[in-house]
Ligand binder design. Structure first.
Ligand code: SAM
Ligand code: SF4
Length: 450
């Protein structure tokens, strides 16, 4: 495994979309084209599967120095209501494009820290959203809670609005690691909020853990997993630490590069955690996720119904994902659009009645073809085709070394990633990424694949 890690540990995308954001053809994008594509996809899907909604709540009181999310560090809670007002105005702008009352199948609130906002501010947001929409019968509502500031009132408020899932950021329980990433939080606190969620009636509590953090060792990982197992969350996201300081400025510079574990040590952390989780009855899902067999994600993974979008893995598929809030990305399968990443620029555009998207991409026929293969590989570790396609010879040639290393098997109309090859799924997808193959990035854009 060690030499394979050395061989394949390159900078590569995490494929929450194809084409990946740095490869969007922004010159071909216009707000008008985005609105037309969105309206068409919405018309085709609203009455069937409904739409997904993502809302970005960017504020955090304190900076965690590992964090790769779009956030604004502040203690000024007076920002809450104006931001919510802007979100609702943006939702109104979408309404005018959609023309028909949206049916919301999935709603996820992420950040930043949604629980930075008071329960009453969040209530105002949710009331405002649902005045103009309805929930599908199997509505899936979820939010990200910071264990240090999630109050019982937050959990009750979301539950009253039909939310049944919550994910808590844990990362690692070791104090040395917590100090290095500037995020002190106790096991007791995480256990208390998880227990409260279950008492209230949540059916899925998820914990986010990260491997590859500064000063983290295999035994820290082992201990964090042991502690996590004693709480038994339904889902565990075991993320590979994405060290991307060139994108996030100083945010990740709370430690030295030499404090980071080597690629092989990082891989050993993942393998140790995986062994513990499988032994405890969790099922490995896609890349970096685990769930108990009764969880919707595990059921979807087993039945082949798993999907992946900008929110990560989902058990439901909606052609339309609308992202509200600064930096959010929307996706209507044939096109992507991303909102302004700067809070003031985002607010300014919405206040002028303009959709706040500053860039996007309209997918070509080739993009749509490759997107399906990459999504299948990320979700099911295999992909197939009914007839040969233009890019196939180049893809097969790029996959040859991985097939020789037994990371995958190539059949006449199918590619299957082996158990040994699963850690290298991003590398396999890169062979399908025609845009990346055509033009290697001039500077580092992505985190390392392992
Ligand atoms: C928006 S944050 C979580 C919500 C809340 N702000 C909190 O910290 O608890 C979502 C998750 O992204 C993951 N994450 C953030 N930065 C990351 C990075 N650089 N590499 C890997 N995972 C990261 C963390 O596991 C984090 O819990
Ligand atoms: S990990 Fe969460 S709380 Fe920490 S800076 Fe990132 S978004 Fe904010």
């Amino acid at each position: 495994m060690c030499s394979l890690v050395q061989k394949y540990n390159v900078a590569g995308p995490r494929y929450t979309s194809y084409p990946t954001v740095p490869y969007w053809d922004t010159d071909q994008f216009s707000l008008q084209a985005w609105k037309e594509q969105l309206a068409q996809s919405f018309k085709d899907s609203n009455s069937k599967e409904g739409i997904s909604l993502y809302i970005h709540l960017p504020f955090c009181e304190s900076l965690c120095t590992f964090c790769g999310c779009h956030k604004r560090i502040t203690k000024r809670h007076e920002l809450e209501l104006p931001y919510i007002q802007t979100l609702l105005e943006e939702w109104q702008l979408y309404h005018e494009i959609l023309g028909e009352r949206p049916r919301i199948a999935a709603l996820h609130l992420g950040g930043g820290t949604p629980t930075f906002f008071s329960p009453s501010s969040l209530d105002r947001l949710l009331q405002g959203l649902f005045i103009r929409a309805e929930k599908t019968p199997d509505f899936d509502g979820s939010f990200e809670g910071h264990p240090n500031n999630t109050q019982r009132e937050h959990l009750e408020l979301f539950f009253a609005h039909g939310f049944k899932r919550v994910s808590f950021g844990v990362q690692d329980y070791n104090e040395t690691v917590q100090k290095a990433i500037h995020r002190m939080q106790s096991f007791d606190q995480v256990k208390a909020v998880s227990d409260q969620a279950w008492e209230i009636g949540y059916t899925s509590v998820s914990h986010d853990l990260i491997y590859g953090l500064p000063l983290q060792s295999v035994s820290h990982m082992e201990d964090s997993i042991q502690k996590t197992l004693s709480i038994s969350p339904q889902r565990i996201s075991l993320y590979s630490y994405a060290h991307v300081p060139w994108i996030k400025g100083n945010g990740q510079r709370g430690f030295q590069d030499e404090d980071l574990p080597s690629p092989s040590l990082k891989r050993a952390q993942y393998e140790t955690a995986k062994t513990q989780l499988l032994a405890a009855g969790y099922i490995e899902i896609g890349m970096d996720h685990f769930a108990l067999p009764s969880d919707t994600l595990a059921i979807a993974s087993k039945s082949g119904a798993l999907h992946r979008n900008f929110m990560g893995y989902t058990h439901q598929h909606s052609r339309v994902l609308i992202g509200l809030g600064m930096s959010s990305i929307s996706d209507c399968w044939g096109a992507f659009a991303q909102n302004e990443k700067n809070l003031e620029a985002y607010t300014h555009l919405v206040q002028q009645g303009i959709l706040p998207a500053f860039r996007g991409h309209i997918l070509t026929d080739q993009d749509l073809r490759l997107r399906t293969h990459i999504s299948d590989l990320m979700c099911h570790f295999e992909t197939q085709w009914t007839e040969d396609f233009e890019e196939l010879p180049t893809i097969l040639a790029a996959l040859e070394p991985m097939a020789a290393d037994a990371l995958l098997r190539v059949h006449s109309n199918r590619i299957e990633i082996t158990d040994k090859g699963r850690p290298f799924v991003r590398n396999v997808c890169m062979a399908f990424d025609a845009r990346l193959q055509a033009k290697a990035p001039k500077k580092t854009l992505f985190s390392m694949t392992i």
